[in-house]
Ligand binder design. Sequence first.
Ligand SMILES: [Zn+2]
Length: 151
Amino acid sequence: MEVVIESDSASMARDIFSVRMAGNVVGDDAIASLEYAVKYLNTPLLIVLGHENCGAVSATMGDYGVGRVLPQLIGKIRLAVQTATKNYANCTKDQLLEKCIEENTRLGMNKLMSPSEKIRTLVKEGKVAIGCGVINLENNKIKWVVAPAVQ
Ligand SMILES: [Zn+2]
């Protein structure tokens, strides 16, 4: 299944409550923002969206020098890289990056629900759908890792 995001930024600003973090890491600030969205704006759908060739995931795989603050970010992505590296041991480096990005969205989606009783309850009640995927920034097509659905 593929979806193309319309590039009309005015309608996106109106219709999409977007929380952007490098490496689409799901931390307390992002969770708090999304709790607000589901509670007060009645947001019906949560998507953890990674993107192809993500530099933060690539950095976690060891491609870039590590700066002063980057280690904190990398620490939040490391489990995804370790899991994908274990599960896809025979991939090329590019394929492995893709799998790490996908795993990072899957772990992010799970992490989104674990500390938030509000989000977990709304998902369980079928009032909020949740999913995760990876967008190609050149054509805006999304490859779903977990297609958005009421769980
Ligand atoms: Zn990125």
